[in-house]
Write a protein that binds this ligand. Sequence first.
Ligand code: OSB
Ligand code: MG
Length: 372
Amino acid sequence: MRLEAVELHLLAIPLVRPFETSFSRQTGREVLLVHLITDIGEGWGECVAMADPFYSSEHVAGCVDVITRYLTPSLFRAGDFTAEGVAGLFSLVVGHRMAKAAVEAAVLDAQLRATKTSFGSYFGAVREFVDCGVSVGISPTIPDLLDEVGSYVEQGYKRIKLKIKPGWDVAPVAAVRELLGPDGLLQVDANTAYTLDDLERLRELDAFDLLLIEQPFVEEDIRSHVLLAQAIATPVCLDESIVDTGVAVDAIERGATSIINIKAGRVGGYLEAVRLHDACLSLGVPVWCGGMLETGIGRAANVALAAMAGFTLPGDTSASDRYFAEDITEPFVLENGQLRVPTGSGTGVTVRTELVTDWAVWPARTIGPDAG
Ligand code: OSB
Ligand code: MG
């Protein structure tokens, strides 16, 4: 395909309830959308970067800059390109994986719409529905937490993930284990809030039969995760640390992680996410699909990814109404604790352009061939 223009949209969408983690408290989702216009048709990609660089080093304003000054110009310079060639065209830019992933997703959407192929069939999806979990933020009190978890259980979610931090760990986990009973699937996510000095505290979580503990230590610190994995019974699962397939294989071989959270944005795109999935499958390492509070655009692609064979644990692929009163595509609705994998061309969802305009933080920015 040949690029004609890239339009960037920045939206602010209120969340149905604040989402508190060890690194921030969010009341809305500021989300960057990439709308690609090409000679074979259009595509949309969602950027998972947050407004602030607190989850990882990327943030929305940085992504806007990188997409405008580097990524879009490299597509114009390429002339005729395909989704499979995008990562190579972007390789001069170091890092900035979330920015790259958003553009690559838009290219893939345009390409698959033109060839009438769904993301699911392109990825090699093996299921029509995916099992869904839900990520539950830090609550003001344990009774508030139990109310929230109880409502998700009632809605049919198959797995609960609790955000934890020092001072909000053993007590909430114990209370939720009590609520779920011994068979309820439960896991925790620390978003790097601990150090090895907390090892004894983290070992106390072994009493609650958790599926996994996600990313207790900082992104760069593989060694401490190895030591923790040797010291506790709960499986360690890396999120932030896993920036590509090579890092993942290294972390697995060193014993730092025995389960992997796959987020396409964090690894630089859906094509790298597929490679990561394939590597984990061949190593016998279970994976699950993470989330970044996506709108329907990113959720559609995540659900298609999660339909691949190696995604054997429920993902953070929750229904639209867990996040937003109104989604910018047709909403994803839970059916028996699952989401249906879209089968239409590309992501299979339609962007409600009137909402894109209504929720805009600034007017759409068009990047033409003379940028960069
Ligand atoms: O660490 O998995 C995480 C949301 C934003 C940034 C990081 C994370 C999360 C979540 C929510 O846990 C997952 C979701 O429901 O989209
Ligand atoms: Mg996480």
